[in-house]
Design a protein. Sequence first.
Length: 121
Amino acid sequence: MGAARLRVGIDLLEIERLERALERTPRLAERLFTEGERAYAASRGRPGQHLAARFCAKEAVAKALDLSSWNFHEVEVVGKGGPPSIRLSGTAAARAAELGVTVSVSLTHTGRDAGAVAIAG
């Protein structure tokens, strides 16, 4: 078997869009984010900004792995200091193993937008 093909996923989101959705549907945060992700965001000055970046990371990872059916908790952004990393479980972990890849992410945000790029290789 040859080397794994490099796969890339990207996602961009207007932060206020997620903040409004979280206000309208309070349990949405529990469905989309792990306890650790919510705790990290809650410790920051503008939690929605950090949740939006994590949402983008999850979507970017799903694109890089070509996931068609998955649970948002199966892709978790971890790390409190330094660059973030991804912890996969369930369907997402099985797909990465099937492809023979590991996943790395880069997150970014401005006052208005959040984004993420995922590379699987």
